[in-house]
Design a protein around this ligand. Structure first.
Ligand code: COI
Length: 414
């Protein structure tokens, strides 16, 4: 009977996953080494084998997966291996039938013909994963975070372009640093590549919205841009979103602050952007959800990129390779603006001076409050925080018996 997880021969790292009934076949979760210390006080302290101040973005541990056969999801199981064994002809690998973040509206499993994950399954799986990896939550003072990545995909092998019979839902967790760092970054508008078709899947958190961007964001990085920005594909005249995160502009008139977010149907619905705008509203600031013209970029006092891994990134400049004499340019629309500079082939909107390494006041205030809520230092008036206990992990099947916890990490793979 095949196992959905690869059998490794030696204890190597601390990886967890859950498996379940897979196309009618039962499988055994595989784990190679003792893991959780359920009898210890919860939560345990962070392991001391990770340089928490320098976490980066490598996957360090993995959580759970489970699968569905026909219309039934199996209970989540714990599997101690980050490598998932699926058929090489799985639509996930061949046709991009994959989405992540499972239940968020943005994940849109229905866009890729995957069955939805019931709320209860989803919450149980996420809480169990967090609980069973509690010692990998970074210490607060490092600024690092615990990232949770639920994912869903078509997993059984087939050639035909039709929804397969079997699906997998997994939750991975990993400690991460801040994706774009905390300093202001330069953004580049991508004009030679359209991220999303007008009636396409641009609003879905599917892999196909990310992989095609890689070569463009990589090229932009070599040119000194830390982040890339997409305009609407149909006319390239409205702001959609950054490749990694949502767009938020701040209009500031004295004490009057208005946060503006795009209402494009091709933008991924960002929970972090929603949290930021909720925080803004709690400060008494206004919120406008509307189309944002490219030519109004200089009107913003600040621009920010909001995302789960990005948190809130201050944007220093936004550049576009466009002839300033083109009728589509800002230069043509507004002639002169203190935030606008241009040469023969490009124009640039400047929000934060080169000499300044801090975010603007709007960004700083929003980010400070977001972090304070995340860290439990400010009252969570929105009800975003959910408690996770040792019991959330203990009720899942396949969890290894309580041990002293050996604290092994993937650092020991190096
Ligand atoms: C996230 O921030 O959660 C994302 O999915 C963006 C990804 C490029 C890291």
């Amino acid at each position: 009977m095949p196992s959905p997880v690869a059998n490794t021969t030696a204890p190597r790292a601390r990886f967890y996953a859950f498996g379940g009934s897979f196309g009618g076949l039962d499988f055994e979760p595989t784990y190679n080494f003792p893991t959780t210390n359920i009898i210890s006080p919860f939560p345990p302290p962070p392991v001391n084998t990770i340089d928490w101040s320098n976490v980066g973005f490598r996957v360090r541990e993995v959580a759970l997966h489970y699968s569905v056969h026909t219309k039934k999801w199996t209970p989540p199981q714990f599997v101690a291996d980050p490598y998932i064994r699926i058929h090489g002809m799985a639509p996930a690998l061949n046709y991009g039938q994959q989405a992540y973040e499972g239940r968020k509206p943005s994940a849109r499993p229905e866009y890729i013909s995957c069955p939805p994950v019931p709320v209860e399954h989803f919450v149980n799986a996420v809480k169990a994963t967090v609980s069973l990896n509690a010692e990998y939550v970074p210490p607060h003072e490092t600024g690092a975070a615990r990232y949770i990545r639920p994912q869903i995909y078509g997993s059984s092998g087939q050639l035909g372009l039709s929804p397969p019979e079997e699906y997998m839902f997994c939750v991975y967790v990993l400690p991460t640093g801040v994706y774009h760092g905390t300093h202001p970054v330069d953004a580049l508008i991508l004009d030679d590549f359209d991220r999303a078709a007008p009636n396409g899947t641009g609003s879905a958190k599917v892999g196909g919205n990310y992989a095609p961007v890689l070569r463009w964001s990589d090229k932009a990085r070599t040119e000194g841009y830390g982040i890339t920005l997409h305009l609407n594909s149909a006319t390239h005249s409205e702001v959609d979103e950054f490749s990694t995160s949502g767009f938020i502009g701040a209009l500031v008139d004295g004490d009057n602050v208005t946060l503006v977010v795009p209402d494009s149907k091709n933008v991924i619905k960002s929970v972090t952007a929603d949290s930021i705008t909720d925080i803004g509203k709690s400060f008494g600031w206004n919120l406008e959800r509307r189309s944002i013209k490219y030519t109004e970029l200089p009107n913003f006092s600040e621009v920010m990129a909001a995302g789960t891994t990005a948190a809130l990134v201050p944007i220093r400049t936004i550049s576009r390779c466009i002839d300033p004499s083109s009728p589509d340019s800002i230069s043509a629309a507004v002639k002169q603006h203190p935030r606008l500079s241009s040469d023969k082939q490009a124009e640039k909107v400047n929000y934060i001076e080169e000499s300044q390494e801090d975010a603007g006041p709007v960004c700083l205030k929003l980010l400070t409050q977001l972090k304070a809520i995340q860290l439990g230092k400010a009252k969570d008036e929105f009800g975003w925080c959910a408690p996770v206990t040792a019991e959330d992990g203990a009720k899942i099947t396949g969890v290894p018996k309580a041990t002293k916890g050996d604290g092994q990490t993937v650092d020991q793979l190096d």
